[in-house]
Design a protein around this ligand. Structure first.
Ligand code: PMP
Length: 449
C-alpha cells in the first residue's frame, strides 16, 4: 500500500483527488463532475466556491486570522455571537465557539453539568440520550452516542449514557403508529429517570432529526413536546444536537422550531461554517447562564482556536448570505419537490423501504423485502455499495445507519446544498436512478423499467 495521509475511512480504498467545487458540483483532477447530493457530510449548505464567503475570509485574513481568545475579542466573533442570538429562538443568547460538532456537544455536556454544580446540585452528572444517535467522536460525545459500531473499540472508556429508544417509526419497537402510540418511546425517558434518579441526571440530549446513525429519521408530531415536558417536570436540561439540522438545513434556523420546542442548550456545527472554515458553537440560554454568571463566571471548556477571527468571519458571511438571498424561505418547497421525486423513485425500486426526513435532510432506507422490512444481510454491505456506485456515476451520497449492530438498517442521506435548483434536483434524481439500476445489476435483482 502506498503511504498516504490518514484521512481515509477505509485505508484499502482509493478516492478521486479533488480539483475544485462550484455550486452544487465538485470536479476531480481527471475532470469528472460530481453532483454533491449530501453537501459532503451535510455541511456545504450553500454550495461550493461562493465568492461572498471567500471575499469575507480574505478580508479578515488581511487584517488578522488568529488571536487567542483570552487576549483579544474580535469584531467577527462579537458580530457572529450577536447575529446568532438574533437568529435563534427563545433566550438562546450565549455562544461559545469551538471547531467541530464533537467539541460543541462535548461542551454542551460540560456546561449542563457545570450549571447544576453552580446551583449547588453536585450529584447531577449523567447525560441521558437515545440509541440510534450520533453526537460526535471524542470520548464525551461518543459516550452520549447510541452507535454501537463506533463505540465498540472504546467501551471501557465510555460512560453508558444512551438509554432510550429513538422515535424510529419505520421500525417502531412497540409496533404502533403515532399519535395513537401515546409516544411510548418518549415516555421511556420517564422510566429511565425513575430508575436512575433525577438527582443524578444533568441533561437529555437528542438530534432533532436523526442523522448519521439512522438516515434522516424525523419524529412524529408531538414527540418533542412530550420529551421537553418530561425534562422540565424532572429538572433535567434539554440539549438539542443541531450540528446537522441547524443553520436552516430543515427550513428554520433550528429544526426544533418545527415543534415549537426551545432547548436549554444547542450544539451547532457543519452548516455554520458551511465547509468554508472549521467552526461550531454551543449556544446557551439566559436561564442556564444565570447561575454560571453569578457563580464562577467561567465556562470550563475551551480550545486554542475557539472564536478565531478567520472562522468567525466565514460563519458570519454564511449567515449574511442566507439572509441576503432568503435561502431558508425556499427550503420547504424544494423539500416537497425532492421528496415527491424520491417517492416516485421508491415506486420503481422495491429495495427502497422508506423515504423520510425533514426539509432538505432526507433519507432512504433500503430493505431486502419491503413488506416485512427485512434488511439486506450485512455481508452485502448495501450502504457501501450504493455510495460507491453513486460516486462512480457522479453523485455523492452520505452513508447512514448504525451498521454492525442491527439497530437500524442500511440508509443514505440525501441533503444537497440548500441552494440547489429544481433543474439540479431533476439531475440528482436521474443520477440516483442510474446508480440504483447499477446496484440492482450488481446484486442480480430483477428490474423492469
Ligand atoms: N452531532 C451530529 C448530529 C452530527 O451529525 C455530527 C457529525 N456527523 C457530530 C455531532 C460531530 O460533528 P464533527 O464531525 O464536526 O465533530
Amino acid at each position: 500500500m502506498r503511504p498516504s495521509y490518514l484521512i481515509k475511512p477505509a485505508l484499502d480504498e482509493s478516492y478521486p483527488e479533488i480539483d475544485y467545487g462550484k455550486g452544487t458540483y465538485l470536479f476531480d483532477k481527471d475532470g469528472k463532475k460530481y453532483l454533491d447530493a449530501a453537501s459532503g457530510a451535510v455541511t456545504a449548505n450553500i454550495g461550493h466556491g461562493v465568492p461572498e464567503i471567500i471575499l469575507a475570509m480574505h478580508e479578515q485574513s488581511k487584517r488578522v486570522s488568529f488571536v487567542y481568545r483570552s487576549q483579544f475579542t474580535s469584531e467577527a466573533a462579537e458580530k457572529l455571537a450577536e447575529k446568532l442570538s438574533d437568529s435563534l429562538p427563545g433566550d438562546l443568547n450565549w455562544s461559545f465557539f469551538v471547531n467541530s460538532g464533537s467539541e460543541a456537544t462535548e461542551t454542551a455536556l460540560k456546561i449542563a453539568i457545570q450549571y447544576w454544580q453552580e446551583k449547588g446540585v453536585k450529584s447531577k452528572t449523567k447525560i441521558l440520550s437515545r440509541w440510534v444517535s450520533y453526537h460526535g467522536i471524542t470520548l464525551g460525545a461518543l459516550s452520549m452516542s447510541g452507535h454501537p459500531g463506533r463505540r465498540a473499540r472504546f467501551v471501557p472508556l465510555l460512560e453508558e449514557f444512551p438509554t432510550i429508544s429513538p422515535p424510529y417509526c419505520y421500525r417502531c419497537p412497540y409496533q404502533k403508529s403515532a399519535p395513537d402510540c401515546g409516544y411510548l418511546c418518549a415516555k421511556e425517558l420517564e422510566g429511565a429517570i425513575k430508575r436512575i434518579g433525577a438527582d443524578h441526571i444533568a441533561a437529555f440530549i437528542a438530534e432533532p432529526v436523526i442523522g448519521a446513525a439512522g438516515g434522516a429519521i424525523s419524529p412524529p408530531e408531538g414527540y418533542y413536546e412530550t420529551i421537553k415536558k418530561i425534562c422540565d417536570d424532572n429538572n433535567i436540561l434539554f440539549i438539542a444536537d443541531e450540528v446537522m439540522t441547524g443553520f436552516g438545513r430543515t427550513g428554520p434556523m433550528l429544526a426544533m422550531e418545527h415543534w415549537n420546542v426551545i432547548p436549554d442548550i444547542v450544539a451547532l456545527g457543519k452548516g455554520m461554517g458551511a465547509g468554508y472554515a472549521p467552526i461550531a458553537a454551543t449556544v446557551v440560554s439566559d436561564h442556564v447562564m444565570e447561575p454560571i454568571l453569578k457563580g464562577s463566571k467561567v465556562i470550563m471548556s475551551g480550545h486554542t482556536l475557539s472564536a478565531n477571527p478567520q472562522s468567525c468571519a466565514a460563519a458570519l458571511a454564511v449567515l449574511q448570505y442566507l439572509e441576503d438571498n432568503q435561502i431558508l424561505n425556499d427550503v420547504e418547497s424544494k423539500s416537497v419537490y425532492l421528496k415527491n421525486r424520491l417517492d416516485q423513485v421508491k415506486n420503481k425500486f422495491s429495495f427502497i423501504g422508506d423515504v423520510r426526513g425533514k426539509g432538505l435532510l432526507l433519507g432512504l432506507e433500503f430493505v431486502k423485502l419491503p413488506a416485512s422490512k427485512i434488511p439486506f444481510d450485512q455481508s452485502v454491505k448495501l450502504t457501501e455499495l450504493v455510495v460507491k456506485t453513486g460516486r462512480e456515476h457522479g453523485i455523492l451520497l452520505y452513508p447512514a445507519g448504525a451498521g454492525l449492530d442491527g439497530l437500524s438498517g442500511d440508509a443514505v442521506i440525501i441533503a444537497p446544498p440548500l441552494t440547489i435548483t429544481k433543474r439540479e434536483i431533476d439531475e440528482l434524481i436521474a443520477l440516483l436512478k442510474t446508480t440504483f439500476i447499477e446496484v440492482y445489476k450488481t446484486l442480480g435483482l430483477p428490474f423492469e423499467n
